[in-house]
Ligand binder design. Structure first.
Ligand SMILES: NC(=O)c1ccc[n+]([C@@H]2O[C@H](COP(=O)([O-])OP(=O)(O)OC[C@H]3O[C@@H](n4cnc5c(N)ncnc54)[C@H](O)[C@@H]3O)[C@@H](O)[C@H]2O)c1
Length: 326
């Protein structure tokens, strides 16, 4: 039986991944400091005989040493997530996204030198592409971020540092690392508290409040269901061809944000209207955004035959239903 450790496993994506790995037959351990996640997300698995939970931070070296001692695979998801959270508390967010990744890689590197091979999934983000003007982003494209004076780019830059470090461990020491660049992930259990757009829209539509769209709403994003994303994460980790490589993971079907708002209003049967605010009012005066964010999924398809099961309207319906019952 495989023993997997999920850092950030009480979060939105991590809790779905925990369920999937338990269903595969793994023993699953989770560590989470509950900064943005919650044990409520793990209600379905908390009493599972092959599951254990530790409340603590991945910045705790001794705790990591103990947890990593027993595992065969690591899924490193713990991070300060999202542009809004980083904008609010940049120092702790940047540090949280870089320092623990270094600790985990070092710890696994030591085990690797002793002959124990523990494969690790490093969770990166489409934010690393910054404002690259290409219509679709492939893994070897340039990372085009803005100036350091504009703090929103620090999220993507911190994830890029994680990638550089992980790939260096592969190149220099052959530690088996897999980097996944997640694009917008949505589904039940995602909170709107940190600015994520779909749960924020659904909350507003169900409460009859206006859906607040940033800028002109014509910016494009592509949304993937969390279970499709978790299947891809598990798929790349299972693939013998994945070590030392980077994979885009998500949906390649873009939608304009204003259209997303309209589709949420329709799915919720809501009478809400749509309001527009500037980025300056939503974030701060120096905020920059990218107009279009769509992955090239050729590498993911070639490596694991990836095919998403969910379409956007189904996802919206599911999130509306979940929020109604929550
Ligand atoms: N949701 C998306 O659309 C998206 C897109 C790209 C990348 N990602 C990445 O996916 C991962 C999971 O994101 P999510 O959407 O599930 O967010 P989330 O906030 O629900 O999950 C992150 C989890 O990490 C925990 N955490 C944070 N710092 C920690 C620390 N120092 N020690 C232990 N636990 C800690 C939080 O409490 C939370 O449970 C993150 O690495 C994020 O950057 C998410």
């Amino acid at each position: 039986m495989k023993h997997s450790l999920i850092t950030g496993g009480a979060g939105f994506i991590g809790s779905h991944l925990a369920e999937m790995l338990l269903a595969r037959g793994d023993r699953v351990s989770v560590i989470d400091d509950e900064s943005t996640g919650s044990v409520d997300n793990l209600a379905a698995v908390m009493d599972h005989p092959r599951f254990d939970y530790t409340r603590g931070t991945v910045a705790d070296k001794q705790l990591l040493h103990r947890l990593l001692d027993e595992v065969d695979e690591v899924y490193h998801l713990a991070a300060a997530v999202g542009v809004q959270l980083i904008a609010r508390s940049p120092i702790s967010s940047i540090e949280n996204n870089i320092y623990p990744t270094g600790l985990i890689l070092e710890e696994l590197g030591r085990r690797h030198a002793e002959g124990r091979n523990v494969k690790i999934f490093i969770t990166s983000s489409s934010e690393v592409y910054g404002k690259n003007p290409k219509r679709q982003w492939a893994e070897d494209d340039d990372l085009v971020i803005g100036p350091t004076a504009c703090s929103r780019w620090s999220y993507g830059a911190s994830k890029a540092i994680d990638e550089f470090l992980a790939l260096a461990w592969w190149r220099q020491r052959r530690l088996p690392v897999v980097v996944g660049r997640l694009f917008n992930v949505v589904g039940p259990r995602q909170t709107g508290a940190y600015g994520m757009v779909l749960p924020r829209f659904v909350d507003a539509a169900l409460a009859g409040r206006p859906l607040v769209v940033h800028d002109d709403g014509r910016q494009q994003r592509s949304f993937a269901h969390v279970s499709d994303v978790c299947s891809a994460i598990v798929g790349v980790m299972e693939s013998p061809a994945s070590a030392g490589r980077v994979f885009n993971i998500g949906s390649d079907a873009p939608v304009r944000i204003v259209e997303l708002a309209e589709r949420v209003i329709a799915a919720a049967g809501s009478t809400s209207n749509i309001e527009f605010i500037s980025y300056a009012d939503a974030y701060d005066a120096d905020f920059e955004d990218c107009r279009r964010r769509v992955p090239d999924l050729a590498r993911l398809r070639e490596t694991i035959g990836f095919r998403p099961r969910y379409e956007l309207d189904e996802i919206i319906r599911e999130v509306v239903q979940w929020k109604r019952g929550a």
